[in-house]
Design a protein around this ligand. Structure first.
Ligand SMILES: NC(=O)c1ccc[n+]([C@@H]2O[C@H](COP(=O)([O-])OP(=O)(O)OC[C@H]3O[C@@H](n4cnc5c(N)ncnc54)[C@H](OP(=O)(O)O)[C@@H]3O)[C@@H](O)[C@H]2O)c1
Length: 335
């Protein structure tokens, strides 16, 4: 899909255009502490790309830091949002080829704003075959799934997923099967997720069906858990000793305790992998992600205007949701 036309023309009177951004200036409930603010657009650094944002999704990974759960690592004031897609409107000379192209401006500023500046080495060009809404979601969940499967290869194993209706779990399950997993079962909370899990080749198990969960755990070799709490505790008690239990989220908001040395428990977080990845490796990872993502089932996108961000967060919080809220960035404001 072709991108819309870039906004490379400066305002005729060189008046500063105004950036709209969703900030949090203290930790708390995202609906309470996030706020839409406008400010003059900051000048772009000489070595940076300037990207006019088109879309940015609302993910668990965007909301959890706002609550303060990662308090010592992410300190307000911050613009929210970790991923999204936009069009390059300014670039250093050696990256002029990116002008007017779509990129994911990653690992820099928050993405829930009209304009994002980022280091060119972390900006990911989007192939023409990937449409804007899918591109906007090409980082957090796909990269987490890809890297977890690299760290814990699924071939020849029986897998068990929790929070299986989530996009990250759907990708984990589908990609594990392609890589030779013997089976994938998915524990899901809302009943609505079952048909889609089955369509992905993942055997659905209701989170209320304790007996089925224990049976599946007893023959699982590898678990990817995003819930923590009681479910994680029950799985650890039922897994065989040789199994690997990978915790990559705590959606229940509750911890769990490893009561015995086996099965082994591993913690995964994308941010712990970033320091070891060079610019060229970073670009190559997305060379793997795009074709995988384009051929996988994930939730559909639901467009919500940036000004209606509270509505987007309420939509995100609906149980059994099979759509991903996607913030649509407004045009730049002239003063
Ligand atoms: N560690 C990392 O680097 C990393 C990277 C990416 C994502 N993640 C984690 O991956 C998880 C999924 O993210 P996502 O964006 O893919 O999610 P998502 O698509 O927004 O879906 C969230 C899913 O979690 C389920 N859920 C929420 N709270 C739950 C609970 N207490 N018990 C059981 N299920 C619950 C929801 O079920 P209902 O429909 O029933 O409400 C929903 O299906 C999050 O924990 C996120 O933090 C971690």
């Amino acid at each position: 899909m072709m991108p819309s036309s870039p906004e490379t023309t400066p305002h005729p009177h060189h008046a500063p255009v105004r950036n709209l951004a969703i900030w949090y200036r203290r930790f708390g409930d995202p609906e309470q502490v996030l706020q839409l603010e406008q400010a003059p657009l900051a000048p772009v650094g000489a070595a940076e790309l300037q990207v006019r944002m088109l879309y940015a999704p609302v993910n668990a990974s965007d909301l959890i830091p706002v609550t303060g759960a990662y308090g010592h690592r992410v300190i307000p004031p911050q613009v929210a949002g970790y991923e999204g897609v936009g069009i390059v409107t300014n670039a250093p000379a050696e990256y002029r080829g990116l002008l007017g192209k779509r990129v994911l401006p990653l690992r820099g500023q928050g993405t829930w704003q009209s304009v994002v500046a980022c280091e060119p080495q972390w900006a990911i060009p989007v192939p023409d075959a990937i449409d804007d809404p899918l591109a906007a979601r090409g980082y957090i969940n796909p990269l987490a799934a890809l890297l977890m499967l690299k760290q814990h290869p699924p071939a020849g194993k029986h897998l068990l997923l929790t929070a299986a209706g989530s996009d990250c779990a759907l990708l984990l399950g589908q990609w594990a099967l392609r890589q030779g997993a013997l089976s994938v079962s998915g524990v899901h909370r809302s009943p609505a997720h079952a048909p889609r899990l089955a369509a992905c080749g993942i055997t659905p198990i209701r989170q209320t069906d304790s007996a089925a969960i224990v049976r599946a755990a007893a023959c699982a070799d590898l678990v990817f858990d995003a819930t923590g709490g009681e479910l994680a505790q029950a799985l650890l008690a039922a897994l065989p000793a040789h199994a690997d239990f990978v915790c990559y989220g705590l959606l229940s908001g509750r911890p769990f305790h490893q009561l015995q040395p086996l099965p082994r428990v591993h913690w995964f977080h994308i941010r712990n992998t970033l320091g070891a990845i060079t610019g060229p490796q970073w670009q190559a990872l997305f060379g793997d992600i795009w074709p995988l993502l384009a051929s996988s089932i994930i939730s559909a996108s639901r467009h919500v205007a940036l000004a209606d961000w509270q509505q987007a967060i309420r939509l995100y919080s609906q149980g059994g949701r099979a759509v991903r809220p996607l913030l649509v960035m407004p045009p730049l404001l002239l003063p």
